[in-house]
Design a protein around this ligand. Structure first.
Ligand code: NAD
Length: 182
């Protein structure tokens, strides 16, 4: 004990700067609907990251061909998945509407989401805009893209073909509940 203070660390300490914190990640998507490909990507991102900010984009959209589910429905799907995956503490979800000017999008997003170290996406426009704004980007690993693809799943729903096996069980339940309540 020196000067009445108790030493807080005993034993060998790592030199300053040697402790590598995992980064904070950003994952942007429309999740129309949230499918098993999104889940595969999310699990990968969560493993690499200390914290994940998930942005549900195009939040103003609903009941259209490309965006049938409302922001609240997509939020409910995402929350159910995060709870099921035990990721609710690590991940925080934000809703973000689109803006007319793509070149203002990254600063608009940054005004609504806390600071992040890396943006995960495979969307060419998102990657381009993020890179242009000087952000670090990483691609998400793809899972059987021909099968797990929002557009394909929406098509199958419309044509009344089997689609349930392509989304996580908890998402099936959320979509089922929506259909029952009209
Ligand atoms: P999405 O739900 O289609 O995809 C989200 C992510 O999941 C993508 O990176 C995609 O590659 C990945 N993914 C899809 N299938 C997968 C699979 N099988 N395996 C693994 N990963 C898979 O969402 P999106 O269209 O990429 O979302 C981008 C959002 O950003 C949109 O809401 C868009 O409007 C918004 N945006 C807005 C502006 C603007 O407002 N001006 C500009 C750029 C982007």
């Amino acid at each position: 004990m020196v000067g009445g203070k108790v030493a807080l660390f005993v034993g060998r300490r790592k030199p300053a700067g040697s402790v590598r914190q995992k980064p904070t990640a950003l994952f942007v998507g429309r999740f129309q609907p949230l499918h098993k490909g999104h889940l595969f990507a999310l699990r990968h991102i969560a493993k690499q990251s200390a914290r994940v900010y998930i942005v549900i984009g195009s939040s103003q959209e609903k009941k259209t061909e490309k965006n049938p589910f409302s922001a609240q429905q997509r939020l409910a799907m995402m929350r159910a998945v995060l709870v099921k995956e035990k990721l609710a503490k690590k991940c925080k979800v934000y809703l973000l509407s689109d803006i007319p000017n793509d070149y203002e999008w990254v600063s608009y997003l940054d005004a609504h989401v806390p600071r992040y170290d890396v943006c995960y996406s495979n969307n060419a426009l998102v990657l381009k805009l993020m890179r242009r704004a000087g952000k670090k980007v990483a691609r998400v690993p793809l899972l059987a893209r021909a099968k797990y693809r929002g557009e394909k799943i929406r098509e199958r729903m419309k044509e009344r073909k089997e689609w349930k096996s392509r989304v996580p069980k908890v998402v099936q339940e959320k979509i089922g509940a929506r259909k029952k309540s009209g």
